[in-house]
Ligand binder design. Structure first.
Ligand code: NAP
Length: 282
């Protein structure tokens, strides 16, 4: 029997509706709506689209947002100054520096300069440390979105075998930490892992965050597994995930499609984080 398709768009819409209600009550209490500040250096068209979508999503839930578009020749120090200024700004609850930055600028230095309480992408060393410590602060949006999908699907994580493919700071590692915090038994695979398919086949919950189109086929999926495909790969035949969807859908119990699975959750969780950041500053 083909797997249940996990509808990320529908779950994201539910999250946004909840955030919109909570933004209204926060505004009534605090006297102002939460505000997100975004920063782009240069004119990367993809970054412009991502950031525009984030502003639209803020407006839809009643949040304010302000954009800082800096010229491509901005220096690292100038960017650090802006990030510090936003950190001190009373009217800004969340700061998002859109990656990638121009090569001259060290993203790690810039991320480390963001006030951890306003780090709505959850990428500062402070928030990564809190997550590693088991006392999460602001959690990276895509991993948080993957967990929200599992929660929404009612997947039992306690004692479950979870395999995460990918160990990036952005997705793989935080999702592994969140699964561990939910009492799953977690294995993390990466480019040097041996016999990837055999390890993945142990998983009750398989999370793919690799960036290689259709890397994981039916032989990597345990019958009855729940598959969360974070991959977003542009190919000649359109956008696809890291899992071979057509093959895996015949084996898994539930699976996220690409597009329409994890993708829509990322912005929804950015809204959740911005609201959380605003609440913690009242
Ligand atoms: P990344 O930083 O490039 O990390 C990729 C990870 O995959 C690395 O840990 C790498 O291992 C591992 N890997 C690469 N090739 C492998 C292979 N053949 N077998 C096993 N592991 C392999 O990527 P990322 O930022 O985590 O993103 C991963 C994917 O998620 C991408 O497709 C990206 O577009 C997508 N993504 C989607 C969203 C969303 O909103 N849906 C958000 C973020 C990312 P090593 O560490 O050994 O190099």
């Amino acid at each position: 029997m083909a797997a249940r398709i996990i509808d990320g768009k529908a779950v994201a819409a539910t999250v946004r509706e909840r955030v919109a209600r909570e933004v209204a009550s926060h505004e009534a209490e605090a006297g102002r709506a939460p505000a997100l500040a975004t920063v782009i250096v240069g004119d990367d068209p993809a970054s412009e689209i991502y950031v525009r979508n984030k502003h639209r999503a803020c407006a839809e839930v009643g949040m304010r947002s302000v954009h800082h578009g800096l010229p491509a020749e901005t220096t690292e120090n100038e960017l650090l100054e802006l990030v510090a200024e936003l950190g001190l700004h009373d009217d800004v609850d969340g700061i998002l520096v859109q990656l990638p930055l121009p090569e001259r600028i060290d993203p790690d230095r810039v991320l480390a300069a963001i006030d951890p309480g306003k780090d709505v992408d959850g990428l500062t060393p402070a928030n990564a440390g809190l997550l590693a410590h088991g006392t999460p602060g602001l959690v990276p949006c895509t991993p948080a979105g993957a967990m929200e999908l599992l929660r929404h699907e009612g997947v039992e994580l306690e004692g479950a075998e979870a395999v995460v493919v990918g160990r990036s700071k952005l997705v793989g590692v935080p999702v592994a930490r969140l699964l561990l915090a939910a009492d799953a038994t977690v294995t993390v695979c990466h480019s040097r892992s041996r016999d990837l398919a055999a390890v993945c086949r142990r998983a009750d919950v398989l999370v793919a965050a690799v960036g290689v189109p259709r890397l994981l086929g039916a032989d990597a999926v345990k019958p009855g597994a729940v598959v969360i495909d974070v991959g977003m790969n542009r190919t000649d035949d359109g956008l696809c995930g890291d899992v071979d969807f057509d093959a895996a859908v015949e084996v898994a119990a539930a699976i996220t499609p690409v597009p329409g699975g994890v993708g829509p959750m990322t912005i929804a969780m950015l809204l959740v984080n911005t609201l959380k950041a605003a609440r913690s500053r009242v």
